[in-house]
Design a protein around this ligand. Structure first.
Ligand code: CUA
Length: 265
């Protein structure tokens, strides 16, 4: 049988195409760095996300030296937290879930891309070497605000990264001869000991306090100023540590209503 040479050529081309298709499909399911979402993943009730111990207050936590976990919640049309701050030279495992419809968590310029399905927790581990910024976008059409659904991953230098939280308790009013006391509780979410400086302003008074907090622990720092130094009236206060700030005000004197007309001080 004589097969025309053009026919042979087309036959070979068709075979190559078929082999090519099979190869890409195989790579797409088992290739290095490619993982599919399957039923082996953890599940979650999308209506109970706010009560979930990790997704209720999503964010980054340290689990070991240079190892972090980031819990992210996707909802029409935003990601929480935004931005997601992680340190350089770290391995970060992202756990992402959705509170409503199907979204995606795609890190622009990388092969990090996963569907985010309500009820499912998608996870993937990403290595961040150098400081930088990455955009995060939603790749699944999820509604009218889909095109604007984005977040950011900020990879900060290791020595600038902290997981500090601040809570301040303060009196609302103090007697004129009393003391204004602020109790600042500083929590260190890192595994390692963290040294930092607490800065406070009460009225015109500035206070500074060095704090050393053990890993995964918290320290309470008490700051006091004599009410007499501040004078009667309402005074603003602020306490700041590692970029976290708490504010409030305190009234000195029994007569809280010190409406001093013409006082432009
Ligand atoms: Cu969320 Cu598109």
């Amino acid at each position: 049988m004589n097969v025309h040479s053009y026919e042979k050529l087309w036959l070979v081309a068709a075979m190559l195409l078929i082999v090519g298709f099979i190869a890409t499909i195989t790579y797409g399911s088992v290739g290095i760095g490619i993982a599919m979402i399957d039923d082996s993943q953890e599940t979650i009730d999308p209506n109970e996300i706010s009560d979930h111990e990790d997704f209720g207050d999503p964010g980054v936590e340290q689990v070991a030296e240079n190892e972090y976990e980031a819990h992210v919640v996707a909802r029409s049309f935003a990601f929480r937290p935004d931005p997601i701050e992680v340190p350089a030279n770290s391995d970060v495992t992202f756990y992402v879930t959705s509170g409503d419809v199907i979204h995606s968590f795609s890190v622009v310029g990388t092969n990090v891309n996963t569907m985010v399905i309500p009820g499912e927790i998608s996870s993937m581990t990403v290595e961040f070497d150098d400081p930088g910024e990455y955009g995060v976008i939603c790749n699944e059409y999820c509604g009218s605000g889909h095109h604007g659904m984005e977040s950011q991953i900020q990879v900060v230098p290791e020595n600038e990264f902290d997981l500090t939280e601040l809570a301040v308790e303060a009196d609302e009013s103090v007697a004129a001869d009393g003391e204004v006391t602020l109790t600042a509780t500083v929590t260190n979410g890192l595994v390692e000991t963290h040294e930092t400086t607490l800065e406070a302003e009460i009225g015109d008074e500035t206070l500074e306090e060095e704090v050393t907090i053990d890993g995964s622990d918290s320290e309470a720092v008490t700051l006091t100023v004599d009410a007499a130094t501040l004078g009667e009236g309402e005074h603003d206060w602020s306490v700041a540590v590692d970029g976290e700030t708490e504010r409030g005000d305190v009234t000195v004197g029994s007569d809280a209503d010190t409406d001093t007309e013409g006082n432009d001080d």
